[in-house]
Design a protein around this ligand. Structure first.
Ligand code: ASP
Length: 444
């Protein structure tokens, strides 16, 4: 039988009504055997996530303040879910234990993890599934990194003992027995770990959007959905700020060849977006898969006559950047020029020292550091080996009267990065989207 690992995010478990939707989704497919729960998230715009309430509670406890009234608010959220679902479970021993732990110096991660712990307990009771505590199966090393070597074999053998189970997301255990969480949004990572440990056929990540869109809807009105995206394309897009999924959640499943399906709990019939490893057997409706972009980049432009003959020239540039703690994003180059593109925040307070160190180290003929660049990443496996893509991008941007300040195509041909003035960002992005998506759609 197929095995699906399914993870539900905070908005999918925000209240009893959402729990009912989750129930229907899980029960409609008997292969949805291992379920990962987040802590209840926001029910409405101004609401507070349970995880944030728990952090606040921890801060009060750590400051020696009376947090009982505040903690009662957290219990009330869980009790409303238990009552709303008509469940006959008593969580008061758990509440007592958490209060006592907080009073006796339990850590911040422990406090935060209790949202997932309680949500998973409720969900397990509601679904009639077993409950597996993440503290028994997800291990961290002393340095705080996830211990894959210890986790996978142990977790796999525990899962073999359960037909159906719910596992809380977000946390695991340190070698000394204390609870440690992943970074925020980390239930996505637990979902991927469960999928890998269960050798699942698919990792379904249920959230409140129906997968990825080809562009940011704040910039492009009603962008088309992405049906299939490869892990590599997703990296290119998420790096530019198109995030729905925790970045680290890709690694456990990617290497095991398990696809991720992003689904919407509020729209369960929508197939969402499938994230896959290979580029074969996937529909390829458009030449491009998506467009993402960000403002606030700076260009360090360096010119030096006969650059290629100055051995160690590039190394010295990067040494200077490294010594000043500056991360590099892109390095488009010409015969006697090289531009180093960095996020402008990297340069805060460092402009003068950077200029001076570069001048003394590489003695450039010309050096300029200029802010105000926006980068647009045009990403698509459909571009590989296809002539004319770059010219289509250029034409589209030129027709919108936007000047291209730089263009960089990786050798993999999977993405083209276009740099424009920040003021032209939205116009250029729309022009490129329209050139590919509208024209492609008309042609279909
Ligand atoms: N509850 C945690 C957070 O709010 C983890 C998660 O939801 O994935 O970040």
């Amino acid at each position: 039988m197929q095995v699906k690992a399914v993870k539900f995010g905070g908005t999918s478990l925000a209240d009893a009504g959402q729990f009912r939707k989750v129930y229907d989704i899980v029960k409609s497919d008997p292969t949805r055997r291992f379920v990962v729960a987040s802590a209840p998230g926001k029910r409405f715009g101004e609401d507070t996530k349970v995880t944030d309430m728990l952090y606040a509670c921890y801060d009060m406890a750590a400051a020696g303040l009376d947090f009982s009234a505040f903690f009662a608010g957290i219990c009330a959220r869980f009790e409303a879910i238990v009552d709303g679902l008509g469940l006959d479970i008593d969580l008061s021993p758990d509440y007592e234990e958490i209060i006592s732990a907080l009073m006796h110096g339990a850590g911040r991660d422990y406090a935060a993890s209790r949202g997932e712990y309680l949500a998973a307990k409720i969900l397990a009771a509601y679904l009639g599934f077993d409950f597996i505590d993440a503290a028994d199966v997800v291990f961290f090393r002393d340095d705080g990194s996830f211990d894959d070597v210890q986790t996978y074999p142990n977790f796999a053998s525990v899962l073999r003992g359960h037909d159906y189970a719910v596992i809380p997301g977000f946390y695991g255990v340190m070698p000394n027995g204390t609870i440690k969480t992943f970074s925020r949004g980390g239930s996505d990572i637990t979902g991927a770990i469960v999928a890998r440990a269960a050798d699942a056929d698919i990792y379904e990540n249920w959230t409140d959007v129906s997968g990825f869109l080809m562009a940011d809807p704040r910039l492009i009105p009603s962008p088309l959905p992405i049906k299939t995206v490869t892990y590599r394309e997703l990296r290119e897009l998420s790096y530019m700020g198109a995030g729905v999924l925790h970045e680290d959640s890709v690694f456990p499943v990617r290497s095991a060849g398990i696809p991720i399906n992003i689904r919407n709990t509020n729209e369960p019939d929508n197939p969402g977006t499938m994230i896959v490893s290979g580029t074969d057997c996937v529909d390829n409706e458009h030449i491009i898969t998506g467009i993402a972009g960000r403002k606030n980049f700076s260009v360090i432009r360096i010119e030096k006559d006969r650059m290629a003959y100055h051995r160690g020239f590039l190394r010295r540039i990067f040494e200077v950047l490294d010594l000043n703690g500056i991360n590099v994003d892109h390095i488009p180059s010409g015969i006697d020029t090289i531009s180093v593109i960095v996020h402008s925040d990297e340069l805060t307070g460092k402009y003068d020292i950077l200029r001076e160190s570069l001048v003394s180290s590489i003695k450039p003929d010309y050096l300029e550091i200029k802010d105000g660049l926006a980068l647009i990443a045009v990403v698509g496996r459909g571009m590989v080996g296809k002539p004319g893509v770059a010219s289509r991008i250029f034409d589209a941007v030129a027709a919108a009267h936007v000047n291209v300040r730089m263009m960089d195509q990786g050798l993999g041909e999977l993405n083209v990065i276009v740099g424009v003035d920040e003021a032209d960002f939205e116009t250029a992005l729309r022009a490129i989207y329209d050139a590919f998506v509208k024209q492609d759609s008309n042609a279909l």
